[in-house]
Write a protein that binds this ligand. Structure first.
Ligand code: G1P
Ligand code: ZN
Length: 543
């Protein structure tokens, strides 16, 4: 085989986060750009000789081009086997599963998650390690360091292969297996859930609307929900992955999945509505006439998971990110299992899952998952809900009311203030941090502050410390406001304000969220001076 050695130069490698290196497509289309990043990854991972690499992406614009190049480069860098999803398609959780199932050294996942796609939009590459999870910080640090010194990249000199034909072909010294993108993942889901029971519920007339948002979950959802579980054709909406996601943001929230939300609140609503994002790791859950917040979803799934086949033995523990509501904590307490409060970001769950300390985990930002893979998993979350409903045979609304009657209800919302001047956002956080010690005892309307701190986390597995992970203001009675700056925004700074009001069992459980949060919203502004610092009187996005 002929290996090309292409001279190159250090580049704007910008430190990749756990979500990888996200850039505009136009940036990725520059000569050497994707190659430099991929070679930097290969240069820092040990054990490539003879190893397996998994490659796949969410199907967005530029996916196939980079996949062809990644195959040539992996072969030139010594990988013996390369497993690629058919058509270049793998959802993030499916890629995580393939890495684990086939003992791969790692995987390249091509995605910019819920960001829009197309020639003028976003692209991304991320590297996952052998446990199937995102590369830990020491690996991403090493990749970044390499981008600052890289001087050449390697590729086998060969034309592109047919990504659509299942089978094995040789590229240089490597055998490249094009595999069905869905089969292994669907088989895992059949291990975890009693498909017969869900199928019986569907046969009894239970209806589902799943919005794949023209993104990667289309083929997974069509195979699993329509073919294997017998939901009616048309159950999966926007089920064909499009390079530009049909010009939409493939972000399953109440803003971008509004059509689904409106359907679920209408008289024509099916029994269950759900959506997933660009790369298939997020989920949105809406019952007929009943939106379930991601925080509540985590708590409700945890409380009922033992009803699903794969979780009959019970849960070892629950983990939630700090800004996620404390609803899951009350479930953990009732089950007599630990509940871990981690910083924002999925990577903090990996250690707990690997160590067998937690089984199920979630974030308020629509990510839910379990120890079956090392990524959050949208289709899995929908299946766990369906498995529970198939067992209990009640509506989503009834399940929610039953849950609240037992545990109380955490009314919840997140207010985002986007594209703020960075200095103003930083000034707000600095002033609030300085004010924290004096807050306890102060009252804002009917609310009295019980405690306030800056959240830091000591990882119980490896002892590593993460400080400055968000400012928490806790009120008497269990209500809370959290302030933090987004780590993923692309324009200026984004301030996230997380509002949570706890109503105990027997309290006001059936009220409208905005009304229930009104006092907290005023208190949040008074405490942090949002309007004073930013000039904004309304959030840009409420989820
Ligand atoms: C956001 C979410 C966070 C999630 C991350 C990656 O990060 O809030 O929960 O893990 O995207 O999907 P943020 O922009 O808040 O830093
Ligand atoms: Zn995603």
């Amino acid at each position: 085989m002929t290996v090309l050695t292409v001279a190159t130069a250090p580049f704007d490698g910008q430190k990749p986060g756990t979500s990888g290196l996200r850039k505009k497509v136009k940036v990725y289309q520059q000569p050497n750009y994707a190659e430099n990043f991929i070679q930097s990854v290969f240069d820092v991972v040990d054990g490539k000789e003879g190893a397996l690499l998994v490659i796949g992406g969410d199907g967005r614009y530029h996916n196939r081009t980079v996949i062809q190049q990644a195959i040539r480069m992996a072969a030139a860098n010594g990988f013996a086997r390369i497993m690629v999803g058919q058509g270049g398609i793998l959802s993030t959780p499916a890629a995580s599963h393939l890495i684990r199932k086939y003992g791969a050294l790692g995987g390249l996942i091509l995605s910019a998650s819920h960001n829009p796609g197309g020639p003028d939009e976003d692209f991304g590459i991320k590297y996952n390690v052998s446990n199937g999870g995102p590369a830990p910080e020491k690996v991403t640090d090493a990749i970044y360091a390499r981008t600052q010194t890289i001087d050449h990249w390697l590729a086998v000199d060969t034309p592109g292969i047919d990504l659509d034909r299942i089978g094995t072909v040789q590229v240089g010294g490597a055998s490249v297996e094009i595999v069905d993108s869905v089969a292994d993942y669907a088989a895992l889901m059949e291990e975890l859930f009693d498909f017969g029971a869900i199928r019986a519920m569907a046969a009894d007339g239970f209806t589902l609307a799943f919005d794949a948002m023209s993104a990667v979950t289309g083929p997974y959802a069509t195979e699993i929900f329509e073919r294997r579980l017998g939901f009616a054709p048309g159950t999966v909406r926007n089920g064909t992955p499009l390079e530009d996601f049909g010009h939409h943001h493939p972000d399953p929230n109440l803003v971008h999945a509004k059509e689904l939300y409106d359907l679920m609140m209408s008289t024509d609503a099916p029994d269950f509505g759900a959506a997933s994002d660009g790369d298939g790791d997020r989920n949105l859950i809406i019952g007929k006439g009943r939106f379930i917040t991601p925080s509540d979803s985590l708590a409700m799934l945890a409380a009922n998971a033992h009803l699903a086949k794969g979780y009959r033995g019970g849960l070892k523990g629950i983990a939630r990110s700090m800004p996620t509501s404390a609803a899951a904590d009350r479930v953990a307490q009732a089950l007599g299992i630990p509940c871990f409060e981690t910083p924002t970001g999925w990577k903090f769950f990996g250690n707990l899952l690997d160590a067998g300390m937690a089984t199920i985990c979630g974030e308020e930002s629509a990510g839910t998952g379990s120890d079956h893979v090392r990524e959050k998993d949208g289709v899995w979350a929908v299946l766990l809900w369906l498995a529970i409903l198939a067992e209990r045979r009640i509506s989503v609304d009834a399940l929610a009311r039953d849950h609240w009657a037992r545990f109380g209800r955490n009314y919840y919302a997140r207010h985002d203030y986007e594209a703020l001047p960075t200095d103003k956002a930083n000034a707000l956080i600095a002033a609030l941090t300085a004010a924290l010690p004096a807050l306890p005892g102060q009252s804002f309307g009917p609310l009295t502050i019980a405690a306030a701190d800056s959240f830091s986390y000591a990882d119980p597995v490896d002892g590593s410390l993460s400080a400055n992970q968000g400012l928490r203001v806790l009120f008497e009675g269990g209500s809370r406001v959290v302030f933090r700056l987004s780590g993923t925004g692309t324009e200026g700074a984004t301030l996230r304000v997380y509002l949570e009001r706890y109503e105990p069992a027997g309290g006001a459980l059936d009220e409208e969220t905005p009304a229930m949060l009104a006092d907290l919203i005023s208190a949040a502004d008074a405490i942090a001076g949002i309007a004073r610092h930013t000039g904004r009187t309304e959030p840009d996005v409420v989820t």
